[in-house]
Design a protein around this ligand. Structure first.
Ligand code: HEM
Length: 372
C-alpha cells in the first residue's frame, strides 16, 4: 500500500523592495512506505558487503583482488556486481558503517525524506580544523560556531544558507560576473577544474562531437543565444566523469530499504556515478553522446527515460551545490573560448582518476592543442 509523504522545497522570492523572502513549500507525493511495522525486516547488520579486512587487503601493495580502491567508478561497480543494489561498508576507526544504494527510487525516498535539515556527513576533519584551529582566537570570526556550508548543520547551516542562496543561485546575479570570468578564461590562467578537464578529454576523444560544438560556438552572434550543444556536452561529461562518485545523507530516522531496517545515525550513500553508467538507465552508457540530452521523448536515447535520481552531479534539494551557477558559468565560458580557438587532441593511455572525497583527475594530461 502506498502512503503519502511530505516533500519539502525551499523557495526564494524577491519582494518589490528586492529583499529576498524565503518560504518552504510542502507538497504531497505518493511513495511506498519507508517504515512499515507489520513488515518482517532484517537487521541492517545483515546487509551484504565486504569486511574491513577485505577492503584493506585490496589496498596492500601487490593486491590481486578485483576491488580497485583507487578508481571510484570501478570500485562502485565491482561492489554492485558482487553484492547487489544495497551494500554495507564497515566504518573505519569507530565511525559508523555506510550503506551504499544503487537503486534510484530508494535514493529518492531517502533524499526527499531528509530534505528539511539534511545532514551530509563526511567532513569531520575539516569541521575540526575550522572549529579548533581557524576560528579559535580569531577576532575576525563573528560567530566561532560557524564553520561553513560544507561542514555546518542544523540551524547554523540554515541561517547561513538562507543568506547566500539568493546571491549565489540566481542566474541573473551570477551573469553579472560573466565578464570577469571571461577575462580569466581568455588569459588561460584558470586552474582547470575537474569538469573542464573531463569535458576536454571526452571531446578530444570524440572529434565529431568537438566539431559539432565548435560549429555551434562559431554560430553564436548574440551572447543571449542558447548554447544547447555546449550544455549537453557538459552534462554528458558530468555523467561519465563526475566530480563526486556519489552523495551522502546521515539518516535522521529509521528506514526500511530492500527489507533491511536502517537506524538513524547511519550514513546512506547514493551511488550516482555507478547508476549513471548502467545500461538500464542510460543506453550505450560508456559512449560520450551529448545528443542524449537533446533528443526528444520517444527516442531511445532520451535522457528523460532515466529516473531523475540516477544522475545528480550537483546533489539534491536544500543542501544541493551552492556553487552550481558559478561553476556552470566558468565551465561554459572556458570551454567556449578554448574550442573556438583550438582543436583539442589526446595521445597516450586513457586519463586516470583517483578517488578521495572527490574524483581527482591525475596526470599526465596528454592534451595537444592545435589552431582550429
Ligand atoms: C562542477 C563543479 C561542481 C560540482 C559538480 C559540485 C558538486 C557538489 C555536490 C554534489 C555537493 C553536495 C550537494 C548535496 O549534498 O546535495 C556540493 C555542495 C557544495 N558545493 Fe559544489 N560543486 C561544484 C562546484 C562548486 C563551486 C564552484 C563552489 C563554490 C563557489 C561550490 C560550493 C559548494 C558548497 C559550499 C557546498 C555545500 C552546500 C551546503 O551544504 O549547503 N561547489 N557541490
Amino acid at each position: 500500500m502506498n502512503t503519502y509523504l511530505w516533500e519539502d522545497c525551499q523557495l526564494v522570492c524577491l519582494r518589490k523592495d528586492k529583499k529576498p523572502f524565503f518560504f518552504y513549500l510542502r507538497t504531497t507525493a505518493t511513495h511506498t512506505p519507508i517504515v512499515n511495522s507489520a513488515q518482517q525486516t532484517k537487521s541492517w547488520k545483515e546487509i551484504p558487503g565486504p569486511s574491513l579486512w577485505d577492503l584493506m587487503k585490496q589496498a596492500l601493495p601487490g593486491a590481486s583482488g578485483d576491488l580497485n580502491l583507487t578508481d571510484g567508478l570501478k570500485l562502485g561497480q565491482a561492489l554492485y556486481d558482487h553484492y547487489g543494489p544495497i551494500v554495507k561498508l564497515d566504518g573505519f576507526l569507530g565511525r559508523p558503517p555506510i550503506i551504499l544504494l544503487y537503486d534510484p527510487e530508494q535514493c529518492a525516498q531517502v533524499l526527499r525524506s531528509e530534505n528539511w535539515l539534511p545532514i551530509r556527513s563526511g567532513f569531520q576533519s575539516l569541521d575540526y580544523y575550522r572549529r579548533n584551529k581557524r576560528n579559535k582566537g580569531n577576532e575576525n570570526q563573528s560567530n566561532p560556531d560557524m564553520t561553513g556550508l560544507l561542514t555546518d548543520h542544523g540551524e547554523t547551516w540554515k541561517k547561513f544558507r538562507s543568506t547566500v542562496n539568493p546571491v549565489l543561485l540566481q542566474p541573473k546575479t551570477i551573469k553579472l560576473y560573466t565578464s570577469i570570468i571571461d577575462e580569466v578564461a581568455q588569459d588561460m590562467i584558470v586552474r582547470t577544474s575537474n569538469t573542464i578537464t573531463a569535458s576536454l578529454y571526452l571531446l578530444a576523444n570524440n572529434q565529431d562531437k568537438q566539431d559539432k560544438l565548435r560549429a555551434e560556438i562559431l554560430s553564436i552572434t548574440d551572447e543571449n543565444q542558447k548554447r544547447s550543444y555546449l550544455r549537453a556536452c557538459v552534462k554528458e561529461s558530468m555523467r561519465i566523469m563526475p566530480v563526486v562518485s556519489g552523495n551522502i545523507r546521515e539518516a535522521t530516522k529509521e528506514y526500511v530499504i530492500f527489507g533491511y531496517s536502517i537506524p538513524p545515525g547511519i550514513g546512506i550513500s547514493f551511488m550516482h556515478q555507478a547508476m549513471s553508467m548502467m545500461e538500464e538507465h542510460y543506453p550505450r552508457p560508456t559512449e560520450f553522446l551529448p545528443e542524449r540530452w537533446l533528443v526528444k521523448k520517444g527516442d531511445p536515447l532520451y535522457h528523460g527515460n532515466a529516473h531523475p535520481f540516477v544522475n545528480q552531479p550537483f546533489g539534491f534539494g536544500v543542501r544541493s551545490c551552492i556553487g552550481r551557477r558559478i561553476a556552470e558559468l566558468e565551465i561554459y565560458t572556458f570551454l567556449s573560448r578554448l574550442i573556438q580557438n583550438f582543436r583539442v587532441e589526446w595521445f597516450g593511455p586513457p586519463m586516470q582518476t583517483k578517488v578521495a572525497s572527490i574524483n581527482y583527475i591525475t596526470g599526465p594530461h596528454n592534451f595537444i592543442f592545435k589552431d582550429a
